[in-house]
Design a binder for this molecule. Structure first.
Ligand SMILES: O=C(CO)[C@H](O)[C@H](O)COP(=O)(O)O
Length: 229
């Protein structure tokens, strides 16, 4: 197993400690979240726990169900106790970039209704400043090229995410993704507002002030916890 995979697995397994019997658990998307889902399913089967999962993508729902976990739609639960998800980048203030796996919209919907959000990452995701990883912007298909032009006018160096040479990638909601570069942008909060205000943009992958805890799967494990003011 590669070093990075080892760290992802270590973080994902540690996150099991966030879950107790009876909880509704948000199930993230990506390779690290997949390790968590597998470990959770094993724990549930072993301990005969009653856990309800709320998935952040079709593939996480399918994985969880294939392992015997109960998965409900977000609108079928009254609250989500904790969500365990991966991230593409995280800074020391626990702000992050998500959506490398194109699931940012559902991930943000689930995260914003979760009592606690825990991210599981390997060391390569930890950065002092956000912006090394391209920021995904989810846009509706109609007029996507117009949104692209607006993002170019903002000097964000947009690039459509492609499925193959000729086909644009599509999210679970049938939207397109435009990845932009934000390494030159100092005020990420202002950028988040600007992006949300563009007609045609559904969501962006800046997760600001959402995460409560980051587990970095180094040996020994490092944990970052949100400072309470
Ligand atoms: O935001 C995400 C999917 O939209 C993932 O959480 C993120 O891309 C991290 O993935 P991985 O654990 O495979 O590195």
């Amino acid at each position: 197993m590669s070093h990075q995979k080892e760290e992802k697995a270590r973080a994902a397994l540690k996150a099991l400690e966030e879950v107790q019997d009876g909880m509704v658990v948000g199930l993230g998307t990506g390779s690290t979240a997949a390790v968590f889902i597998e470990a959770l399913a094993a724990k549930v089967n072993d301990q005969n726990w009653q856990i309800t999962g709320v998935a952040t993508s079709k593939r996480s729902a399918e994985l969880a169900q294939s392992l015997g976990l109960t998965v409900k739609d977000i609108d079928e639960v009254s609250a989500i106790d904790v969500t365990i998800d991966g991230a593409d980048e995280v800074d020391p203030e626990l702000n992050g970039i998500k959506g490398g796996g194109a699931a940012l919209l559902y991930e943000k919907v689930v995260a914003l209704r979760s009592k606690k959000n825990v991210w599981v990452v390997d060391q390569s995701k930890a950065h002092d400043l956000l912006g090394t990883f391209p920021l995904p912007v989810e846009v509706i298909e109609f007029g996507a090229q117009q949104v692209y032009l607006t993002l170019a006018e903002l000097n964000l160096r947009p690039k459509f995410r492609m499925k193959n040479e000729s086909e644009r990638a599509k999210t679970d909601s049938g939207h397109n993704i435009i990845d932009v570069r934000i390494d030159q942008v100092d005020d990420k909060k202002a950028l988040a507002k600007t992006l949300k205000a563009i007609t045609g943009v559904v969501e962006h992958g800046l997760f600001l002030d959402i995460c409560d805890k980051v587990i970095i799967g180094t040996d020994p494990i490092q944990t970052l916890v949100k400072k309470t003011t």
